[in-house]
Write a protein that binds this ligand. Structure first.
Ligand SMILES: Nc1ncnc2c1ncn2[C@@H]1O[C@H](COP(=O)(O)OP(=O)(O)OP(=O)(O)O)[C@@H](O)[C@H]1O
Length: 346
């Protein structure tokens, strides 16, 4: 398209899911011997819709959180994107490739890190695991050396490069897994619970690594996690799924605005006040002269609450706390969505 014709240049999506559905067929087993005998003669099946009409498009270089409660369909989606599973219907395209039709072409474009599993070779030192992966992916030697030196520096791998993988701590192994996933310069990485079970220091190392590869190399990242600190720290856009359906697709900030209906005003009074009563608010907690007042921002502005407090009591300090994403998402998981409420940022 010629430049300057007044049209905005729109990047082609690197990942596209169109009306994707995945139904698992399971054999129903009745309990007891009679059930086992009956199953020999007539098989009864039940269908489990794991992913139900999912649509999304990701642009190159996006870092997206793919979130949902247990059993929502996250892993099933990721498995379809990697080509391990074939959708029952719908279309998936990853960097121009239909993953389940051309699995090895797709493998060249993607890196995968599963927090619960490792792609490293258990009995080999980390260094040799990397060598094997280099050979499998046919990474040019120069590129391999550069990548390894770079990842090693960010992830501090040198200390345990010659240790067999089975002797590594979880945090060390995860760092090794991240480097392994990136050695062949994939355009896209899928991270499934990448910080699960890690201590704070290891989590931070992994998060820094993710933001660095995303920023420096423009790698597209899809992250599934139950750790919302990962989400706050790493992603701008989130896709929420529940019971196989996308229920929100948009900016983290948008989710906060739509669902974070309550704010907390933290007030420090000049002196201890026996009974604090501010219309439109409820006391969340109090510790000495510091009282936390919760209010519904749809009904009252922060300014109005502050005014009401100041009209009644002498105060020395005041601040507002925004709802944290953890409590918002937890509430959505627990209370579900109103049927009409499917938001999209696009
Ligand atoms: N191979 C399978 N056969 C039958 N049902 C399956 C299979 N794999 C997944 N399911 C079902 O599909 C649904 C979605 O599972 P999926 O693993 O995608 O969820 P998830 O969002 O990744 O959950 P979690 O956060 O617990 O990992 C679940 O009800 C699960 O029991």
């Amino acid at each position: 398209m010629p430049l300057g014709d007044g049209k905005a240049l729109v990047a082609m999506p690197i990942i596209e899911a169109q009306s994707v559905r995945k139904v698992f067929r399971r054999i129903v087993r009745r309990p007891g011997i009679a059930g086992a005998v009956a199953a020999l003669f007539s098989r009864e099946y039940e269908d489990k819709v794991a992913v139900d009409d999912v649509n999304f498009a990701l642009e190159p270089g996006e870092l997206v959180g793919y979130l949902g409660p247990n059993g929502a369909g996250k892993s099933t989606t990721i498995k379809m994107l990697t080509g391990i599973l074939v959708p029952t219907s719908g279309v998936i395209r990853v960097a121009g490739v239909v993953p389940y039709e051309r699995r090895s072409d797709n493998a060249e474009n993607i890196g995968v890190v599963f927090g619960q599993r490792s792609q490293l070779y258990w009995d080999l030192p980390l260094r040799e695991s990397f060598e094997l992966l280099r050979a499998i992916y046919d990474v040019p030697r120069d590129r391999f050396r550069q990548n390894l030196a770079h990842f090693s520096a960010i992830l501090d791998l040198e200390r345990f490069m010659d240790t067999p993988v089975r002797q590594l701590s979880l945090g060390e192994r995860m760092r090794g897994d991240f480097a392994a996933a990136m050695l062949h310069d994939p355009k896209i990485v899928y991270l499934d619970e990448p910080t699960i079970g890690l201590d704070v220091v290891a989590k931070e190392a992994i998060r820094t690594f993710i933001t660095t590869v995303n920023r420096e190399r423009g790698t597209t990242v899809i992250l599934t996690t139950h750790d919302l600190a990962d989400v706050e720290r790493l992603t701008r856009r989130i896709i929420l799924i529940d019971e196989g359906r996308v229920i929100f697709d948009g900016a983290l900030e948008q989710l906060r605005t739509e669902f974070g209906t309550h704010r907390t005003l933290v007030v420090t009074f000049v002196e201890n006040i026996e009974t604090v009563e501010v219309p439109g608010t409820e006391i969340e907690s109090r510790e000495g002269t510091v009282v936390r007042l919760r209010f519904d921002r749809r009904l009252l502005s922060a300014e109005a609450v502050i005014r009401r407090v100041m009209e009644r009591y002498p105060i020395s300090d005041v601040s507002i706390i925004e709802p944290d994403i953890d409590s918002i998402v937890r509430r959505i998981y627990q209370e579900g969505y109103p049927a009409h409420a499917v938001w999209s940022a696009t």
